[in-house]
Design a protein around this ligand. Structure first.
Ligand SMILES: [Zn+2]
Length: 145
């Protein structure tokens, strides 16, 4: 009987922990080659050769347009807005990862001078120097700078 009680508690926890029904479109994860054509929005070309146009908030678009990331094997979390169009989740949800040498890496930007880490390319808000692209182990990427 004791086991049964524990099981019931476990089920109750599982039920209450379930997220509220999503009003948003189903979340999806896509992976492919980041392709940056001039004059066009960045897109992802999947292994099947399908081109998917990418949208996102401004910092996300900044990452997708970063020339240093052209051609990378990229994984994105978000949702489809059309069969060939995908909206990446907001930058703070950590929805973009690069696969390199079989490792999944978070995309971060690092200022050496100030030891400040950001998640979108551009100049450091502190010293105004260009930040360096720094692909990191996701477990360590989101620590405080
Ligand atoms: Zn700086």
């Amino acid at each position: 009987m004791k086991t049964f009680g524990v099981l019931l508690i476990g089920m109750a926890v599982a039920l209450t922990a379930r997220p509220a029904p999503a009003a948003e479109p189903a979340s999806a994860i896509i992976r492919g080659k980041l392709t940056q054509d001039p004059d066009k929005s960045p897109c992802l070309v999947t292994r099947e050769g399908k081109r998917i146009a990418l949208e996102g908030d401004e910092p996300t678009r900044g990452v997708l347009k970063d020339k240093r990331l052209a051609g990378v094997d990229l994984e994105l979390k978000g949702h489809f807005t059309a069969p060939d169009s995908f909206a990446v989740d907001h930058i703070h949800t950590k929805s973009m990862y690069v696969y390199k040498d079989g490792k999944k890496l978070a995309i971060t930007y690092w200022c050496d001078v100030c030891s400040i880490r950001t998640y979108s390319p551009g100049i450091c808000w502190c010293c105004q120097q260009e930040t360096a692209l720094d692909l990191r182990d996701p477990d360590k990427a989101f620590d405080k700078p």
